[in-house]
Design a protein around this ligand. Structure first.
Ligand code: NQM
Length: 365
């Protein structure tokens, strides 16, 4: 026997995931996770018996629900479903999957569409922060067509601008979770930062890299992977994340001087596969490191104090990620404030229907 669960598939930014209403999933988290593993086909490197795409970027889940919080339209819980392990984690947020939340909430009737566009305020349950997404809704229906282009996705689509406020210390409790701009692990200087996503910023040159190596080349280097994981485990503890051996945070961003006219070049371990681009909130953390006096990122780009609204062009393996940030007090660590961060994503509804899971998975858990 199989059980049918209502579900939509969206591309959100440069990721893809299954989007559910909380009311369609088991209330108990352990049963919910077992159901999601079955839906994705995990654990299996190919996820052949499910809908997962055999990569962390395509093994993601959004759970949406109504909100009774003041000024909030929809609650969004992000769940990362591991590909080759039986693990589901709520320890991180995901700004790419977030891009599909506004359209999905409108399609599902959780939010009433406006006539030209609809502003959807989203409570990100993983971190307790809020995002505002603007969705085009001409005639009260979600529009997916448009001219917006984001690197890492072919073609163009309708723009989904997203605004973040107060995301500093989202998972770690402070923008600088260790209390320092520079920490030293295994003899290397790193910057641990959390402006929406816990990230360890590393200098690519410290690993003998140019910083422009491709994801496959970086993943194939097992010595590099071991060195990065050793730093990650130590940094995770220092960042108030505890034992991160089974967690997907912190992300590890290798930075180098820009090579294509951007502000900084990145290659990001998320944390074991290498991102084909860079995460949304991950880029906000890296962009913030670029204005943080004394940080690894600021040293690598020889950056200057820059108060005001700036567009940071983060280079990644498949192009650029632009983060707009309103910066104040960048002359010193003590005064630095990121008043607002904004960026552009696109999203598209790919399928809606029911995902089938073996009935016993729901019943026996
Ligand atoms: O940092 C991948 C993605 C992400 C996360 C990851 C993301 C973010 O691209 O907000 O979007 O870092 O695991 O989906």
């Amino acid at each position: 026997m199989q059980r049918a669960i209502p579900c939509s598939v969206f591309r959100g930014g440069t990721s893809r995931g299954l989007y559910f209403l909380a009311s369609d999933l088991p209330a108990d988290a352990a049963t919910r996770d077992a159901v999601l593993l079955a839906a994705m086909g995990s654990p299996d490197a190919r996820q052949i018996d499910g809908l997962g795409g055999a990569h962390p970027l395509t093994s993601k889940v959004a759970v949406l629900g109504p909100s009774d919080r003041e000024g909030i339209d929809v609650e969004y819980l992000f769940l990362q479903v591991a590909v080759d392990r039986a693990a589901v984690s709520d320890a991180q947020n995901c700004g790419n999957i977030l891009a599909g939340v506004g359209p999905c909430a409108i399609e599902a009737g959780l939010v009433t569409a406006g006539d030209a566009y609809t502003d959807v305020s989203i409570f990100m349950a993983n971190t307790g922060a809020t995002a505002m997404a603007r969705v085009e809704t001409p005639g009260g229906r979600v529009n997916y067509d448009g001219d917006a282009r984001i690197d890492g996705v072919p073609g163009t689509a309708a723009p989904v601008p997203i605004d973040f406020k107060d995301i500093a210390g989202s998972s770690c409790g402070a923008l600088l979770p260790t209390g320092r701009v520079i920490d030293t692990f295994d003899g290397l200087e790193v910057t641990c930062i959390d402006n929406g996503m816990p990230v360890v910023v590393l200098n690519a040159a410290d690993f003998g890299l140019t910083g422009s190596e491709g994801p496959a080349e970086l993943e194939a280097d097992r010595t590099l992977a071991a060195r990065i994981e050793s730093i990650r485990l130590q940094a995770g503890r220092s960042m108030n994340l505890g034992d991160v051996s089974a967690k997907t945070v912190p992300k590890m961003s290798l930075v180098s001087a820009p090579v294509s006219g951007g502000d900084i070049n990145t290659r990001t371990f998320i944390p074991h596969r290498v991102h084909e681009a860079i995460g949304v909130l991950g880029s906000v953390s890296v962009a913030t490191a670029c204005v943080l006096p004394g940080s690894v990122a600021r040293k690598v780009i020889a950056g200057e104090a820059v108060d005001g609204v700036h567009h940071f062009e983060i280079e990644h393996p498949t192009g650029f990620f632009t983060v707009e940030m309103d910066v104040a007090g960048s002359a010193s660590v003590a005064t630095l404030q990121i008043r607002r961060a904004a960026l552009l994503r696109t999203a598209r509804l790919l399928m809606r229907g029911e995902v089938m899971v073996p009935a016993h998975v729901w019943e026996e858990n």
